[in-house]
Design a protein around this ligand. Structure first.
Ligand code: SAM
Length: 272
């Protein structure tokens, strides 16, 4: 069992070591200008990250970010004056964020580490932040227990994980189940096989509440991602002429008006 989980985690690491999240689409050069452009594009497509994280709201507080990726959010935490620690499963992400912060004269304690085995003592952080990460780890429940363990009493977890009932999930199901005449393939299998790293998971609100049940309070909101609206990439595995055409004619206004609850992003704020 442990060996299976290790193999799964190595597959996740190998996937994100090929390219960090958004690298292929948003980062054209590893310079200050390149990283700034990536940051602007990120918040233009997904502006709701800013009020959710509230990067300026914790000067002097101990913040841990799990799964830093290219590091736009990590840069924002550093600029907001947090006492910052960041981890990622891949050397690639850590190296990107070290370069990014040093170009800007910012500081964080960065290291390669696994969300399921955080190398920190109990009750170390005021806030643990993680955007789009824990659903990639084979044992998401264990990672959330780790978040709880390293938070100080009264501290806050701000976590985004994927939501099962999403437009992205439905589109991938049509593409990989219905059009291949295999409608019995479930949404879980679709996320597992076709959205980003192998083994990716998504959760209903009820499942998320259960994952966070040890926390004192839990608040959940759903947001339409750039993928749901086809306003950015649909995971970094999907490209091509059909996708380009579909993006052009996609009824994003209708989806925003009538289906705001069918977003891929589940934003969870939980207090210990
Ligand atoms: C979709 S990217 C998100 C990166 C960044 N948070 C963002 O929003 O752009 C997922 C990241 O999670 C990292 N990751 C996956 N499993 C992890 C784990 N068990 N521990 C730490 N990081 C992990 C990957 O290496 C990758 O950098």
């Amino acid at each position: 069992m442990a060996m299976l989980i290790n193999q799964e985690k190595e597959a996740v690491r190998a996937f994100w070591n090929q390219a960090s999240c958004g690298e292929a689409v948003f980062l054209d050069q590893e310079t200050m200008e390149g990283y700034q452009t990536q940051l602007q594009k990120r918040y233009a497509v997904e502006p709701f990250i800013l009020p959710f994280a509230n990067f300026d709201g914790s000067p002097g507080k101990e913040i841990l970010e799990i799964g830093v990726g290219l590091g736009a959010d990590h840069q924002m935490w550093a600029q907001g004056g947090a006492v910052l620690t960041g981890v990622d499963l891949t050397d690639r992400a850590i190296s990107h964020v070290q370069t990014r912060l040093s170009l800007l004269g910012l500081h964080s304690n960065l290291q390669v580490a696994d969300a399921e085995n955080l190398p920190f003592s109990d009750e170390t952080f005021d806030t643990v932040y993680s955007w789009g990460v824990l659903h990639h780890s084979p044992n998401t429940g264990r990672a959330i227990q780790e978040v709880y363990r390293v938070l100080k009493p009264g501290g806050a977890a701000k976590i985004m994980i994927y939501h099962t009932w999403s437009v992205v999930g439905f589109m991938l199901w049509v593409r990989y189940a219905l059009l291949r005449l295999r409608p019995w393939i479930t949404l879980s299998e679709i996320y597992d096989r076709y959205l980003e790293s192998p083994g990716t998971k998504a959760y209903t609100r009820g499942e998320a509440m259960a994952l966070f049940s040890q926390f004192k309070t839990v608040n959940i909101t759903i947001e339409l991602s750039g993928g749901d609206l086809m306003s950015s990439h649909v995971g970094q595995r999907h490209q091509g002429v059909f996708l380009t055409l579909a993006k052009r004619f996609f009824p994003r206004g209708l989806i925003q008006k009538w289906m705001p609850g069918l977003g891929l992003f589940m934003l969870i704020t939980a207090q210990k």
